[in-house]
Structures are given as C-alpha cells and as structure tokens.
Design a protein around this ligand. Structure first.
Ligand code: NAD
Ligand code: GLY
Length: 369
C-alpha cells in the first residue's frame, strides 16, 4: 500500500470537488463528509457488486445505505435500465437529500450521474470508478447520460460529482482488454496536451499494461490533472473541451456499427485516435514520424489497428453524421496540429478523409506504423 493518497481539485467555483487517488482506499476512506443527509444509494452492477460493494458500503459509516444492482453492459446504458435506478429510489423513499454513489465503470458512472441529475430535479452524487477508463476519464468532468439506438450518449446532462474516489487496487480484477481500453484514454491526454507525458508513456506503457502500482498512480494522476484542467477552462464544452474527444468521432461510429458492447469504448477510441493521426498527416498537420509515434504507442497498449470487420467508409460517413460536435450538418473532427496540440476543426478534406477511412477499413490485418 502506498503511504498516502494523492489529491487533485477540479476547480469549478461552487461546484469544485476533489479527486482522491490511492491504493487500498475502498473500505477505509471515510466519504461521509461528502454526504449531506442520512440516505445513500449505491448504484453498481452485477459484476462489480460481488467484488467491491461491501468495501464501498464501509466508506459511509453511520449512513443508511441502499443498493441498486443493474445488469452489466453498454447495451444496458438505456432508458429501461436508468428507470430501474428511479424505481429503487422511489421504492426506498429516497428524498431530495439523498446521495447517489456510482460504483463501477463508465456505464454505471454515466447512468448514475444522469439519474442524480434528474431525480427530484437533481441530487448530489459521488463517483467511485473501478475501471481504468472511468478512473482517468468518465468519472471526472460531469458528463452523464445514456445511449439512444441512433447514437451514443445522445441523452444526458452535465452534473458534477461531490468527490471522485479512485482506488487503484480495484484494477487488479479488471480483464486485460479493459485495461487496454483505459490506456487509450490515458494516451489521449499525451496526444492532445502533454508531450512530456507522451514521452513518459512511451517508457512506461509496459508497466501500465502490467498494472504496476507506481506507474498506475502516476498515469491516473496526470490524466486526471489534464482532464481537470480542461474541464475547469470549459465545463460545458463551448470550445476547448471538445479536444478530449480526439478519436471519438471515428470511435463512436465504430462502437455503433459493431453494436454497443461488442467493441469496447476505449478500443474504438484507440483505433479512432490512430485514424485522427493518419488524417492529420494527410492534411499536412503532422509529420510521418509523429503519425508513426502515435500509432506505435496505441498499438503497444494492445488496441486494435483497424475498423470492425465489414465496416465500410460509407458506414463511417453515415454514423459520423450524428456526432454531437457537428454544427449545422458540417462534420467537425479533433485533429493534431502537432503531438501534444489538438485542435477542433471543420476544415476536413473529404478526399483525404476517404483515404484514411479506406486505410482503416481493410479486409484483414492491422495498420502498421
Ligand atoms: P464499463 O462500465 O462497461 O466497464 C467495463 C467492464 O468492466 C464491465 O463489464 C464492468 O462490469 C467491469 N468492471 C468494472 N470494474 C471492474 C473491476 N474493478 N473488476 C472487474 N470488472 C470490472 O466500461 P468503461 O470502459 O468503464 O466505460 C465505458 C463507458 O464510459 C461508455 O459508456 C462511455 O460512453 C463512457 N464514457 C463516459 C465519459 C464521460 O465523460 N462521462 C468519458 C469516457 C467514456
Ligand atoms: N470524455 C470527454 C469529455 O469528458 O468531455
């Protein structure tokens, strides 16, 4: 166990909150200072509950803790499952003073946050993320919501948590594929805003794949610091925050094509970032070496190097047309002006975009750096 937890702040005026990162915090860290009333509802899923529910409950000594256990999977990030949270809250007579607690990955976190944003017009919530992806990304910044059959995360609200508690020990039970998916979002921060971190990641990627604690805490801390910084500057995504979506436009299209849950969000983002680097090169924004560096690092995290089987450039065009970043029907993408410097642009050269799409919609084999 590390000596002490590390702490960061998401600086948002009256909505400011801490992110607490450490090893072995679940079960020992007292979260009651972040709870206003006596009622707490932990929302988790059937996979995470047997692993961490009891230790999560121990973070709320003296409180009345109820539990809602949801089915596990991206395909359940929908109205029906969201409604199960409201059913539990109403059946257990939770008042406006209740606090919801999201215990799980990004799916549980996004749904619990949305439930908190709308239950009795808004109640507080706490994030206890248990996947690498949720620890470095989805638990921070207040984006909450559910999917619609026609598009990912299309229904939701901004609602900031009271605190984010990150226990790196919970990653020990995570399947390796989920670790790689989380690493995609870690690498994202290096690519969009922090070349020094990118260089560090190139040295430490194997340690991270192997879940070495010191490297993990550092990667999570630096990722959360980057996200907290961007969110503090642009909470509601008026501009800058959109750079956090590097690779996501391509990625959401791949996730939707494959069917929610068949490709992991982070896997799709990893491949999508390769595509963004490829298009950035074709548009004359970065060098061949930069493209190769980005693709190599993403591949070292064991992320896929091509689009889902059977997906065509036309599928991409159709699915990317519903992206939330688009304005008045014009496609907007996050591209790289340089490594460590992302930009949101609607200056997308359609011929070059098609070249990128064709490169990644190959029949078989990965795209090599
Ligand atoms: P997930 O929530 O589906 O979790 C992945 C799998 O790991 C699930 O089966 C889950 O039950 C299991 N799991 C969770 N913790 C575990 C643990 N410690 N040990 C073993 N198994 C564990 O997926 P995710 O990658 O965490 O999150 C993806 C979701 O997050 C997507 O819906 C995506 O849209 C969303 N997201 C939101 C934001 C945001 O800003 N709100 C940002 C990025 C992603
Ligand atoms: N994951 C993108 C964002 O939080 O804005």
């Amino acid at each position: 166990m590390l000596d002490s937890a590390r702490e960061l702040t998401v600086d948002l005026g009256e909505r400011t909150y801490p992110i607490i990162i450490g090893q072995g915090l679940l079960g020992s860290y007292d979260l009651t200072p972040f709870v206003q009333g006596n009622q707490v509802m932990i929302v988790t899923n059937e996979t995470v509950a047997p692993l961490y529910l009891e230790s999560a409950k121990a973070c709320f000594p003296g409180k009345n803790v109820d539990v809602a256990v949801l089915p596990d999977g991206e395909k359940y990030k929908d109205w029906q499952t969201l409604n199960q949270i409201f059913d539990h809250l109403l059946e257990q007579r939770h008042s406006r003073k209740t606090t919801l607690v999201a215990l799980g990955g990004g799916v549980v976190g996004d749904m619990t946050g949305f439930a908190a944003a709308s239950y009795q017009r808004g109640v507080p919530f706490i994030q206890i993320p248990t996947t690498l992806l949720s620890q470095v990304d989805s638990s921070v910044g207040g984006k909450t919501g559910i999917n619609h059959p026609l598009g990912k995360n299309m229904i939701g609200a901004f609602h900031q948590p009271e605190v984010v508690l990150i226990d790196t020990e919970s990653l020990r039970t995570l399947p390796p594929r989920e670790v790689s998916a989380g690493l995609a979002e870690v690498i994202k921060y290096g690519l969009i805003r922090d070349t020094e971190f990118l260089g560090w990641l190139e040295k430490e990627v194997t340690a991270l794949v192997d879940l070495e604690t010191t490297a993990l805490v550092e990667a999570i801390y630096r990722s959360c610091a980057c996200k907290a910084d961007v969110v503090a500057l642009d909470e509601r995504e008026g501009g800058l925050r959109a750079i956090l979506n590097l690779g996501h436009t391509f990625g959401h299209a791949m996730e939707t094509f494959a069917g929610y849950g068949n490709w992991l969000h982070g896997e799709a983002v990893g491949t999508g970032m390769m595509m963004a680097a490829d298009l950035s090169l074709r548009q004359g924004m970065i060098s061949e070496q930069d493209r190769a560096r980005a693709i190599r690092l993403i591949a070292q995290a064991s992320l896929p190097g091509r689009a889902p089987e059977g997906m065509t450039p036309d599928d991409f065009h159709r699915l990317m047309a519903v992206d939330k970043k688009n304005v008045d029907g014009a496609l907007r993408l996050v591209l790289l002006r340089a490594l460590g410097d992302a930009v949101v642009t609607d200056e997308v050269d359609v011929v070059k975009l098609d070249e990128t799409l064709r490169t990644f919609c190959v029949v078989s084999g990965d795209v090599h750096a």
